[in-house]
Design a protein around this ligand. Structure first.
Ligand code: IPM
Ligand code: MG
Length: 358
């Protein structure tokens, strides 16, 4: 029996609407399996700015550090967009990733066959896609220095720096190769080695790391080509290994193949506490309307059970419930198609809970 604590950071926008659905699902499967989960809510992002003046209060960071896992909703919104860069809600997310050392971000993009009609792409293109994006999460241009905006005699100059070290590349490449071993054993490493030196190093180090994984097939691809191939023939991909920035962009594209960005969960892993969150943002345009898709959030809860606690049966139970509810035709409006039944966030959550014990 597991006895674990989860820091619950609902955040902004649709975060507070989808989080209760995930918490209820986690509670139900834990109870069923005889495990005790303690949930520790903490403020983060815009809400934390409003309440404490800072996007990532010390207390929230402490709650995250001292819990066994972190479940995060979403951060950000128009209300806080005018703030100085260091005070924006997004800094909380980047701060958590950095402070918890969460260098490996896993974003599985798998098509539920029932949703083939919800994608903007043709059914024959997206059928059976099952891609794992392995995104480096604590390096690259997101964190590189120098950075900033400076005044020059002829106007301002904005600077960001793409930096990768051998060590950073090796450890994320290992995560991708290890993940591929449990899948179809194919890794596509995505870079821009024809233009960027940091990418040239990326390609070399990934190739060197591959020497210990001869049973896995490795292919290199330029990021522009990868963007095209994801739309042209996504079935060619198994594991996509890439940098922080390219992974941010390509995982949104991969998400749309599955019907909606609202579907995709993610796990951010490092040496200690892992963080689990849907890949979508706070969606302020639909917040408060009970129409957000909670599936990415709930599926993030399943990833938490699997990766942080090793509770595979409980994780699978949640994933089967998602499958069933979709098969029964229940949809939030982002994934609606003719002949399906559109319900709100709460009702989809209720249907999920009903189908958790199978
Ligand atoms: C994501 C998001 C974040 C990122 C933002 C909100 C900082 O887009 O998790 O993909 O760019 O990493
Ligand atoms: Mg993103």
């Amino acid at each position: 029996m597991a006895n674990k604590t989860i820091a619950v950071l609902a955040g902004d926008g649709v975060g507070p609407e989808i989080m209760p659905v995930a918490v209820a699902a986690l509670e139900a499967v834990a109870r069923h399996g005889g495990h005790a989960l303690t949930f520790r809510p903490a403020v983060v992002g815009g809400r934390a700015i409003d309440e404490t003046g800072r996007p990532l209060p010390d207390e929230t960071l402490r709650a995250a550090r001292t819990s066994d896992a972190v479940l995060l909703g979403a951060v950000g919104g128009p209300k806080w967009e005018g703030l100085a860069y260091e005070q924006r809600p997004e800094r909380a997310l980047l701060g958590l990733r950095e402070q918890l050392g969460l260098f490996a971000n896993l974003r599985p993009a798998k098509l539920h066959s029932e949703l083939a009609g919800a994608s903007t792409l043709k059914q024959e293109v997206i059928e059976n896609i099952d891609i794992l994006v392995v995104r480096e999460l604590t390096g690259g241009i997101y964190f590189g220095t120098p950075r900033g905006v400076e005044a020059t005699p002829t106007g301002r100059r904005g600077i960001n720096t793409e930096v990768y070290t051998t060590e950073e590349i090796t450890r994320i490449a290992r995560v991708a190769f290890d993940a591929a071993r449990a899948r179809r054993r194919r890794v596509t490493s995505v870079d821009k080695a024809n233009v960027l030196e940091s990418s040239e190093l990326w390609r070399q180090v990934v190739t060197e790391t591959h020497a210990a994984y001869r049973d896995v097939e490795l292919r290199h691809m330029y990021v522009d080509n990868c963007a095209m191939q994801l739309i042209r023939n996504p079935r060619q991909f198994d594991v996509l290994l890439t940098t922080n920035l390219f992974g941010d962009i390509l995982s949104d594209a991969a998400a749309m193949l599955t019907g909606s960005i609202g579907m995709l969960p993610s796990a951010s892993l490092g040496a200690s506490t892992g963080m689990f969150e849907p890949i979508h943002g706070s969606a302020p345009d639909i917040a408060g309307q009970d129409c957000a898709n909670p599936v990415g959030m709930v599926a993030s809860g399943a990833m938490l059970l699997r990766h942080a606690f090793g509770l595979e049966d409980e994780a699978a139970r949640i994933e089967r419930a998602i499958q069933r509810v979709l098969a029964l035709g229940y949809r939030t409006r982002d994934i609606a198609s003719p002949g399906t039944r559109v319900v709100g966030t709460r009702e989809l959550g209720d249907r999920l809970l009903e189908h958790l014990d199978g």
